[in-house]
Design a binder for this molecule. Structure first.
Ligand SMILES: CC(C)=CCC/C(C)=C/CC/C(C)=C/CC/C(C)=C/[C@@H]1[C@@H](COP(=O)(O)OP(=O)(O)O)[C@]1(C)CC/C=C(\C)CC/C=C(\C)CCC=C(C)C
Length: 599
């Protein structure tokens, strides 16, 4: 049928590319577009001569009536377009499956790889070399071995190059990051090919093929072609990501990283010797990601929306906050609480000194890193050490960190037998507490954003962002308290102000005894109303967050506020799991997608 080849694109490849573009658009960054463009150019350059040869030697033929007509080097334009759109589709698949993954974690495989990784890489190299040699043999034999031989002598050498450059990294990535972006487009294109071959859109001359079909009329050569070309694309993207990971993971090698690292930086990343890698930092990043994943679904999902070094520093900040909170929270005596608070303040004192003029802590000119390392290793348990060593204190202001620790101290008052067992007496205490444990976190997040991507912001814009981030942090803390009323009551904690309880003729003890009371629903709604009022007041200014951090930050905030929306939708008495109102995963993803698309 006329233009049959073009119709294959219109019906099968272009719609899939459009759908993938729509899905991935919210997470695409400039560096992604650069990666895709680089792969398309590479794929086009590598395939053009090979394709032209197959057509000129009659391996591939296209009935004149199925193509529009124009050709380049004997290749129909529809075929040239296939090189581009296949690379584009597979690249987007790879980007989607890799977005949740922090690639820096997998650099460990470069330095002290496990034996199975070394063995697998070597096996892969031997396999690809053997397949290339077999391809050369087939070409030499000719006849029905021609087509398969031309595929195997052309593609595997490129795969061998990328596998040699990034094999350990590729092997160490989760299978979903590599196997799925290879297999899904391959299977899809097999089905498209099956249809096209069946309709005679293109054909492979008999006498040049093995006449073996994978299924239906899909020749084994065609199936092999799509599998090896998609493998090349994924290996190429993974190699790219390995060098990006080196650039983002090591500030001692790359002190400043632009939003889109330059090709020169990528080359530097490529030729950075693994002996220069800071493996302790990689292990610390792994621990931080593990802590984030274990402790907070909201922020774990949100973290994957970020990119580059900002993502790593936010994860390290989370890890420090969570570690410090847990250290103090798990203390059971006043003495232990005071000891952890003192040690954390001493830790901060290594980095900051109180400036009498500025009336706040400022960065020390010279941090005694040797003494600091010794202090951390002597005074803190092993699981806490990397969070302390890797906290990017050089970027973070000291004041919110000291205030955060004081918030944890306040929180720990619930742990010990005291006269005022319930320290949140009134709304002022509630604000003071939330300001400390959460308003500070907002400030610290903004400080990281300003450092990594806010060079163009004016000091007024920065001050406005900081003011709003404090308020937003309080809003999130109120949602946290509203969600955990029952969970907290089970450990004898009541964050609802005593003055609010009194208005409802309740005491903290009554709350602990039974949280499923209508009065509690009213108080929870009062708390959520205040949370949403602060959220509405501080949400608009998030539009002035620098573009590359805006969407992801909105994801973090909106996903947390969604907990409050779920609480309002469900009657407290009916919540299946009263301990924590959970937002269904699909809804979290939808909130994240909306946030990214609207940012
Ligand atoms: C994307 C990413 C990794 C962000 C990291 C954010 C971060 C550093 C969070 C630290 C959380 C933490 C453990 C703080 C210690 C005190 C505490 C527990 C605070 C409560 C957080 C809940 O954390 P949790 O891990 O328990 O989460 P789950 O409830 O289990 O899901 C709090 C509710 C406070 C969190 C407060 C913030 C994250 C600050 C919010 C403000 C901003 C993000 C700034 C927005 C910017 C503008 C301009 C408005």
């Amino acid at each position: 049928m006329a233009f049959d080849y073009a119709i294959v694109h219109l019906k099968f490849t272009i719609p899939l590319a459009a759908l993938l573009t729509l899905i991935s658009y919210p997470i695409l960054t400039r560096i992604h577009l650069f990666q895709i463009a680089a792969l398309v150019i590479l794929a086009f350059s590598a395939t053009l001569p090979w394709d032209s040869y197959l057509i000129k030697t009659g391996v591939w033929t296209y009935p004149p009536e199925v193509i529009i007509g124009p050709k380049w080097l004997g290749i129909p334009y529809e075929e040239l377009f296939f090189f581009v759109i296949q690379t584009y589709i597979t690249s987007l698949m790879y980007i989607l499956f890799n977005k949740p993954v922090l690639h820096a974690k997998y650099l460990r495989s470069q330095c002290d790889p496990e034996k199975w990784i070394v063995a697998t890489k070597l096996a892969g190299q031997v396999f690809l070399a053997a397949v290339t040699l077999y391809g050369a043999y087939c070409v030499n034999v000719g006849g029905e071995y021609t087509y398969i031989g031309l595929i195997l002598v052309w593609a595997p050498p490129f795969a061998l190059i990328t596998w040699t450059m990034a094999g350990r990294f590729i092997i160490s990535l989760p299978l979903a990051c590599t196997a799925l972006p290879i297999l899904l487009p391959t299977i899809y294109l097999w089905l498209v090919d099956e249809l096209a071959l069946g309709r005679g859109t293109w054909s492979i001359e008999s006498g040049t093929k093995l006449d073996l079909c994978l299924f239906g009329v899909l020749e084994i050569e065609e199936a092999t072609f799509f599998l090896v070309t998609n493998t090349l694309i994924v290996f190429g993207l993974a190699t790219f990501d390995q060098y990006l990971a080196v650039i983002y993971a090591f500030p001692h090698l790359f002190p400043e990283v632009p939003q889109s690292p330059t090709p020169l930086m990528l080359l530097q990343g490529r030729f950075t010797g693994t002996n220069e890698y800071d493996m302790k930092r990689i292990e610390g990043i792994q621990e931080a990601v593990k802590r984030l994943k274990a402790k907070s679904r909201s922020f774990y999902l949100a973290s994957s929306a970020f990119t580059g070094r900002l993502r790593i520093d936010l994860v390290l900040l989370y890890s420090f906050c969570r570690m410090a909170d847990d250290l103090i929270d798990n203390a059971t005596t006043e003495q232990e609480i005071k000891s952890w608070v003192a040690k954390l303040i001493q830790y901060l004192d290594f980095h900051y000194v109180h400036d009498k003029e500025a009336q706040k802590p400022v960065h020390r000119q010279n941090v005694d890193h040797a003494r600091l390392k010794k202090f951390i290793e002597q005074e803190f348990p092993a699981p806490a050490r990397s969070a302390l060593k890797l906290l990017p204190t050089h970027i973070l202001p000291g004041e919110p960190l000291y205030l955060l620790i004081d918030g944890f101290r306040m929180d720990s008052q619930f742990n010990v037998e005291r006269d005022d067992k319930f320290p949140i007496k009134d709304e002022d205490d509630l604000v003071a507490y939330a300001r400390r444990v959460a308003g500070t976190v907002g400030e610290l997040c903004v400080a990281l954003i300003v450092h990594h991507c806010g060079a163009h912001l004016t000091s007024k814009q920065i001050d406005d962002l900081l003011d709003s981030s404090r308020e937003m942090g309080i809003a999130l803390q109120y949602v946290n308290i509203a969600r955990d009323i029952t969970t907290d009551a089970k450990i004898s904690r009541v964050y609802l102000p005593n003055s609010w309880l009194k208005e409802e003729s309740l005491t903290p003890e009554m709350v602990i005894e039974d949280t499923f009371r209508p009065e509690i629903i009213r108080l929870r709604e009062k708390l959520l109303s205040k949370a949403f009022a602060m959220y509405r007041h501080s949400r608009p200014i998030m539009q002035s967050i620098p573009q590359q951090a805006r969407g992801p930050m909105i994801v973090a905030v909106e996903n947390y506020m969604e907990i409050g929306r779920v609480l309002r939708e469900r009657d407290f008495l009916e919540v299946k799991d009263p301990r924590r109102a959970t937002v269904p995963a699909r809804r979290r993803l939808w909130v994240a997608a909306k946030a990214l698309m609207s940012s």
